[in-house]
Every structure is written in structure tokens, then in C-alpha cells.
Design a protein around this ligand. Structure first.
Ligand SMILES: Cc1cc2nc3c(=O)[nH]c(=O)nc-3n(C[C@H](O)[C@H](O)[C@H](O)COP(=O)(O)OP(=O)(O)OC[C@H]3O[C@@H](n4cnc5c(N)ncnc54)[C@H](O)[C@@H]3O)c2cc1C
Ligand SMILES: NC(=O)c1ccc[n+]([C@@H]2O[C@H](COP(=O)([O-])OP(=O)(O)OC[C@H]3O[C@@H](n4cnc5c(N)ncnc54)[C@H](O)[C@@H]3O)[C@@H](O)[C@H]2O)c1
Length: 449
């Protein structure tokens, strides 16, 4: 029987990062992937989404801001087939670079579905393979509710397979994916409705920032329906009819559901191991991604904590550093993860919202600094200004920055550097000591009073 030091079940962000790191330490490492190498992020997530996000931004900006710079484009056309081709070419390049990385490190890759035979043996394509250390990094897939007509809807995976853009969509959901695709599709010229169950999307994020998001979404032409719950979906005259419990009906070409994801743990043969899933089907792990079974680990989307590629990568690499190079176990502080929601405009955020900080540290310990302005890129235009909102949440007398949030032009790129300062525990005085860079939007983070 074949034997490996380390096996990753799943060739997504988590599996690739951990197995490659194990191979770099001279270990015999294997990745088993049933689908395309790269997993969700590369094939139906971050990568194709970001290409579409840039495309949408460009398409929108030409109309919205071009004239202020003397740029007038007559007969502007969007060829979706060309956008799809550029997107696929980018993905193909990423696939290629993964395979050359496996070759240079000596990481083995098998295409096939893996199932456990026992705690340390898996079966792939009819062959049994043993591993001393096995990581369950099988990610997740879109979740759907049980509703009449749910078989008619699309999920995020389907959007990437569309051959043409619909004229109109209704997006149901209020998280990252719903908000991002609302901006992307609207920016590509699709008549877009976003329907959320509560008073606003992204409710767990700082309200000041989300207030600006909803203003900007509406200004960009997105039809935002709040406090709307779907009752059923029906086909009617080659369109889809979304009936809401609140009584109104919407007729659109496509309905997209983006209401969260569920783990891929159901067809893994876990009943042949000593792993017990939690009540939502996720794999329980300790702070260091160890399961209760010696030699079995889980991280990335399959543990149901924070579903982000860099989190999966960090967990995977640091696990291999510990198992195969004697490094200490690495603790990921899940409360301090920088993240960007690629809305139009983007949101960057790390740490506690004002509300979450008040709950954790007490109302009297928390102070906020805010800034609101129009970004300079749009301010050249007289009647089409786009807002930027920034906020620092600080605690205690020393004013340690425990939350940094912003929405606006460039926020997707601004956040990473500030995340270093916040992760290091910087306080407001240290932000103030830093010389600003002018004229930028980012300078507001070091000049707020
Ligand atoms: C639309 C969308 C946009 C996103 N955008 C971003 C973004 O901008 N930034 C960001 O940080 N994150 C983003 N994410 C989240 C990010 O994609 C995930 O957090 C990340 O891919 C998780 O990596 P993973 O390795 O845990 O799982 P995955 O990437 O899902 O990989 C798991 C792999 O396991 C395989 N698999 C499952 N079961 C088996 C089995 N039994 N045998 C063999 N193989 C199996 C699957 O085919 C899959 O390829 C986005 C997600 C989506 C859906
Ligand atoms: N930019 C990025 O980094 C990025 C982009 C996309 C996705 N992701 C990751 O993928 C994860 C999954 O994204 P997502 O947007 O599907 O999930 P999510 O968890 O971000 O949001 C799900 C939303 O759907 C709402 N919801 C739940 N059930 C509902 C129902 N029955 N009807 C209507 N609304 C309902 C919830 O209130 C919530 O706001 C994200 O949490 C994120 O970690 C990251």
C-alpha cells in the first residue's frame, strides 16, 4: 500500500498550502482533489470574482467619471464572451503555476474522490493509501433553503458558467457574495435587485460603514429591498417570479441565492473514522486545527470559522511548520483578521466594529474617530461624487486601535498595511505620529481627530 507522511484531502487553498510546505521540509506529501486544482478560490471564488469586479468597475467608471476627465466613449460595448475568455485564461495560468510548483517541490497530486477507510487510510480511484498525518480540507459549497421553486435559482458557482449576462437579476442574501455580485452585475449593466431579510446587508460589520455602502449601492442604481423574505419562486413567460412573504412580486431573468455555505463532509467516509461532526456538519478542531483523532487535522472552510483563503493558507502552512519543522503550534486570532468585501466601492475591515467593541470592552472604554469625504478620483466630477467613510475604534486610556474600518476607493489595497499596525497593537498616538501621504484617501487614517 502507498504511504505518505502527509495527505491533504482537497486541493484548494488549504490543501495546496499545507502539502507544499510539508514537501518543502522533505516529507512525502500528497494532495487528492476530485475537481479542479485550486478549489473554490481559484475556480469559482476570489479569482474569477475579482476579474469580474475589475471589469465592472472599469465599465462603470468610463460612464460615471470619464466625462470629468474629458473622456467620452461613444458606442461603448461590453463583450461578455471576451471578459469570460480573459477570466478563464487567468485561471488557466494559475492552474499551470500550481502544477509546476508541485513538480519543483515533489508534491504528489491525484485527481479523484477520497474517502476514509479508517483513521489513517483513504481510498481514491479504488486504491488504498495510508498517511501518518491527514488533513481534511474539503471546503464547502453554497447552501440553499427549502422553498418552492428553489431548483430554479442560481448560486455563485453558476454565475461563473453563464455564457451571457441576463438583463435582470434578483440576489437573495446579505453577506459577502450577495453584496459583491450585486456590485459586479450592476456595474456590468445588469438590472440588479438585492433583497435582504433585515434592515441592511452585512449586519455584523460596523454600521457607519454599511450606511455608506447602502447609500452608494442605491446611488449606483442597485434596487435594495430590505426586510424582504422570499416565499416562493415560479417560472412565468420565460422569466422568474420571486414572491416575497411581504406581498410584493419581482420578475427577473435570474435569481441568485447567496445565503452562506455548507461543509463538504457528507461523502467522506467519516463514519469509518473516530471524527464526530458538529450539529452543522463542520469538523470540530482545537485552536491549532487538531481534531480529537491523533494525526487528523482540519482547517479552511470545512471548520466553519472564518471562510477566507489567506486564513486557510496560514493555518495550513503553520501546521506543516509545526509537524515537520519543529515550530510552535500557531494560534490564529479569529477576531483580528483583515478582510475586504469587494463591493463597489470596496470595504476594508479588521477587528471590532463599534458595537462589538462596546459589548466586549464596555461602553465607557470605547471611543471612535470618523472621517467622511468624497474620494478625489470622483471629486473631479461635479455631480457624481462617491463617498469614503473611515472609522477607528479605540479602547482604554492608551487608545489602542481594536477596529479599523473603511469603505471607499482603494480601500481594498489600503487595508493590508494598516492591518500590520493593528495586529501589532498600535495605539492612536502611534497612528498620529505617522506622516501622512498626500493627496490620498489613506492619509485620513493617520490624521483623524
Ligand atoms: C464567490 C466566492 C468569492 C470568494 N472571494 C474571496 C475573496 O475575495 N477573498 C478570500 O479570501 N476568500 C474568498 N472566498 C472564500 C475562499 O474561496 C475560501 O475561503 C477558500 O477557497 C477555502 O479554501 P479551502 O481549501 O478550505 O476549501 P476549497 O477551496 O473549497 O477546497 C476544497 C477542495 O476539496 C475538494 N474536495 C471536497 N471533497 C473532496 C473529496 N472527498 N475528495 C477529494 N477532493 C475533495 C473540492 O473539490 C475543493 O476543490 C470566496 C468564496 C466564494 C464562494
Ligand atoms: N471578499 C471575500 O473575501 C469573500 C467574498 C465572497 C465570499 N467570501 C467568504 O465566503 C463566505 C460565504 O459567503 P456568503 O455571502 O454566501 O455567506 P455569508 O455568511 O457572508 O452571508 C450569508 C448571508 O445570508 C443571509 N441569509 C442566511 N439565510 C438566509 C435566507 N434563508 N434568506 C435570506 N438571507 C439569508 C445571512 O443573514 C447572511 O447575511 C463568506 O462568509 C466569506 O467568508 C469571502
Amino acid at each position: 500500500m502507498k504511504h505518505y507522511d502527509y495527505i491533504a484531502i482537497g486541493g484548494g487553498s488549504a490543501g495546496i498550502a499545507s502539502a507544499n510546505r510539508a514537501a518543502e521540509y522533505g516529507k512525502k506529501a500528497l494532495i487528492v482533489e476530485e475537481n479542479e486544482v485550486g478549489g473554490t478560490c481559484v475556480n469559482v471564488g476570489c479569482v474569477p470574482k475579482k476579474i469580474m469586479w475589475y471589469g465592472a468597475q472599469l465599465n462603470e467608471d468610463i460612464d460615471r467619471f470619464g466625462p470629468a476627465y474629458g473622456i467620452h466613449v461613444d458606442n461603448k460595448q461590453l463583450d461578455f464572451a471576451e471578459l469570460r475568455a480573459s477570466r478563464q485564461a487567468y485561471i488557466d495560468r494559475v492552474h499551470k503555476s500550481y502544477f509546476s510548483g508541485f513538480e519543483s517541490r515533489g508534491t504528489d497530486f491525484i485527481q479523484g474522490h477520497a474517502e476514509f477507510v479508517d483513521n489513517h487510510t483513504i481510498r481514491v480511484n479504488g486504491e488504498e493509501i495510508q498517511g501518518d498525518h491527514i488533513a481534511i480540507v474539503t471546503g464547502g459549497r453554497p447552501a440553499l433553503p427549502d422553498l418552492p421553486g428553489i431548483e430554479l435559482v442560481d448560486v455563485s458557482d453558476d454565475i461563473f458558467a453563464w455564457e451571457q449576462l441576463p438583463e435582470s437579476v434578483a440576489i437573495i442574501g446579505a453577506g459577502y457574495i450577495a453584496v459583491e455580485f450585486a456590485g459586479v452585475l450592476n456595474g456590468l449593466g445588469v438590472d440588479t435587485t438585492l433583497a435582504v431579510r433585515h434592515d441592511r446587508p452585512l449586519r455584523q460589520y460596523d454600521q457607519t460603514i454599511i450606511d455608506t455602502l447602502t447609500e452608494e449601492m442605491t446611488a449606483a442604481g442597485i434596487n435594495l429591498l430590505t426586510e424582504h423574505n422570499v416565499a416562493e419562486i415560479k417560472e412565468s413567460n420565460q422569466k422568474l417570479e420571486v414572491k416575497f412573504q411581504e406581498g410584493d412580486v419581482l420578475e427577473v431573468d435570474r435569481v441568485i441565492y447567496a445565503i452562506g455555505r455548507q461543509p463538504n463532509t457528507d461523502k467522506l467516509g467519516l463514519e469509518n473514522t473516530d471524527i464526530q461532526l458538529d450539529n452543522k456538519g463542520y469538523i470540530p478542531v482545537d485552536d491549532y486545527h487538531f481534531t480529537d483523532v491523533p494525526g487528523l487535522y482540519a482547517f479552511g472552510d470545512v471548520i466553519g470559522k472564518v471562510e477566507l483563503t489567506p486564513v486557510a493558507i496560514k493555518a495550513g502552512r503553520t501546521l506543516s511548520d509545526h509537524l515537520f519543522n519543529g515550530a510552535d503550534k500557531f494560534f490564529i486570532d479569529y477576531d483580528m483578521i483583515p478582510t475586504v468585501i469587494f463591493a463597489h466601492p470596496p470595504i476594508g475591515t479588521i477587528g471590532y466594529s463599534e458595537a462589538a467593541a462596546k459589548e466586549k470592552f464596555g461602553d465607557d472604554q470605547v471611543k471612535c474617530y470618523r472621517s467622511n469625504f468624497a474620494d478625489m478620483y470622483s471629486a473631479a466630477s461635479t455631480n457624481n461624487r462617491r463617498k469614503v467613510t473611515m472609522k477607528l475604534v479605540v479602547v482604554g486610556e492608551e487608545e489602542r486601535v481594536v477596529g479599523l474600518h473603511g469603505i471607499g476607493f482603494g480601500m481594498d489595497e489600503i487595508l493590508q498595511g494598516f492591518a500590520v499596525a493593528v495586529t501589532m497593537g498600535a495605539n492612536k498616538a502611534q497612528f498620529d505620529q505617522t506622516i501622512a501621504i498626500h493627496p490620498t484617501g489613506a492619509e485620513e487614517f493617520v490624521t483623524m481627530r
